[in-house]
Design a protein around this ligand. Structure first.
Ligand code: PLP
Length: 398
């Protein structure tokens, strides 16, 4: 019955794990879930009010496929300021979440057989989205020595005549690694040798950066000429705590943005009108709340790193942004727990969920074995309890 494409499609593993954790919770089990990538604090007041007001004012009809002009303009100003360049509203399309926008960008750019360079560890959905859009993901392993980031030589060695897109994600989900200006420059040098190669830059965590200033370096900061072939993706989910509102956008050359909006006009129709008005208020009125959230996140980051560093056999890679700890568990693999040998990160996370009631995502889902991803967008109490459970678990290993 199902198409071949759908038969091959597996559901998002992070959402599946979060659902399993919720199911156990609903059975009365005291599960701590550090799986899903979403803030644990609520949407800011100004955004909520603007959403409610939009409903009362009957701003509940279809909007233009690319979004309401007011929001396109606000996004153009916000991203223009962040990238330190002129961005016009025509270079912006609003969409139903960054996830759908990334898929839309792939659809706009890829022909069958075109390759997309995906540095690994990667966000779980990238390879599947590339395939759904007809392209071929080319996974490029990046190791701990470069803090899991792509280098110039590695990029160059991955490029073939079929390469159409380089996908960048800084700060990264799952590692929290952020490219420095120098690292981005090294990539830019290579990119300049290949004028037909596009860059899709997933900047969804750029305002959740722990370095001074709270904004991540961007490829276009020092290499503005690449803007002719760069699509910057962002949205409301992370910094503005608006995951359920499903709001994202792309900023890029007008011709591609227009094509993406046409695709939206034939698929989602238009992004949610209410969410757009709420997003407008969030962007224009909640900069202070974003900063406060970042301070709280930084405290949790420090706390969780300290706690996990105290658990024998875990190696934490301190993140420079986002809200995940990427933790090496290689030393635990090969050990025995209740008579069972721990063989890989999937089995380990299964045992942690069922026996320890701690839900985390196995590194294998991000293309890299021997690691777990733990979100620290959780209360300090839960972070403490989670580390206690991991320490108890470790004591039972032989
Ligand atoms: C790297 C990355 N890109 C994109 C998204 C999608 O965000 P949205 O909620 O806007 O679809 C996520 C969400 O987890 C993410 O981690």
């Amino acid at each position: 019955m199902l198409s071949k494409r759908m038969q091959q499609l597996k559901p998002s593993p992070t959402l599946a794990l979060a659902a399993k954790a919720k199911e156990l919770k609903s059975q009365g089990k005291d599960v701590i879930s550090l799986t899903v990538g979403e803030p644990d604090w609520p949407t800011y007041g100004a955004a909520k009010e603007a959403g409610i007001q939009a409903i009362h004012e009957n701003k509940t009809t279809y909007t233009p496929a690319a979004g309401i002009p007011e929001l396109r303009k606000a996004v153009a100003q916000l991203i223009g300021k962040q990238l330190a360049m002129e961005v016009s509203p025509q270079q912006v399309t609003i969409g139903s979440g960054a996830k759908f926008i990334i898929y839309t960008a792939f659809t706009a750019l890829l022909d069958p057989g075109d390759e997309v360079i995906v540095p690994s560890p990667y966000w779980v959905s990238y390879p599947t989205m590339v395939e759904l859009a007809g392209g071929t993901p080319k996974i490029v392993e990046c190791d701990a020595q470069t803090h899991f980031k792509l280098s110039g030589p590695l990029l160059k060695s991955a490029i073939t005549e079929k390469t159409k897109i380089l996908l960048l994600n800084s700060p990264s989900n799952p590692t929290g690694a952020e490219y420095s200006h120098a690292e981005l420059d090294a990539l830019a040098e290579v990119l300049k040798e290949y004028p037909n190669l596009w860059i899709v830059s997933d900047d969804i965590y750029n305002q959740l950066s722990f370095h001074p200033g709270g904004l991540s370096p961007h490829l276009l900061h020092k290499n503005p000429e690449l803007k002719e072939r760069c699509i910057s993706i962002n949205g409301m989910s992370k910094a503005y705590a608006m995951t359920g509102w499903r709001m994202g956008w792309a900023v890029g050359p007008e011709a591609v943005i227009k094509a993406m909006a046409s695709f939206q006009s034939q698929t989602t129709g238009a992004p949610c009108s209410i969410s757009q008005w709420a997003s407008l208020a969030a962007i224009t009125e909640t900069a202070d709340e974003v900063k406060e959230s970042l301070v709280a996140l930084q405290e949790r980051r420090e706390l969780f790193i300290k706690l996990l560093n105290g658990v024998p056999g875990l190696q934490v890679f301190p993140p420079q942004g986002a809200f995940y700890l990427w933790v090496k568990v290689q030393d635990w693999l090969g050990k025995t727990y209740k008579g069972k040998t721990l063989v890989d990160s999937k089995q380990l996370s299964q045992i942690l969920l069922e026996d320890v009631l701690l839900a985390v995502v196995p590194g294998a889902e991000f293309g890299t074995e021997g690691y777990l991803r733990l979100s620290f967008a959780a209360s300090p109490e839960d972070l403490k309890r989670a580390s206690e459970r991991l320490a108890n678990f470790q004591q039972q290993l032989s």
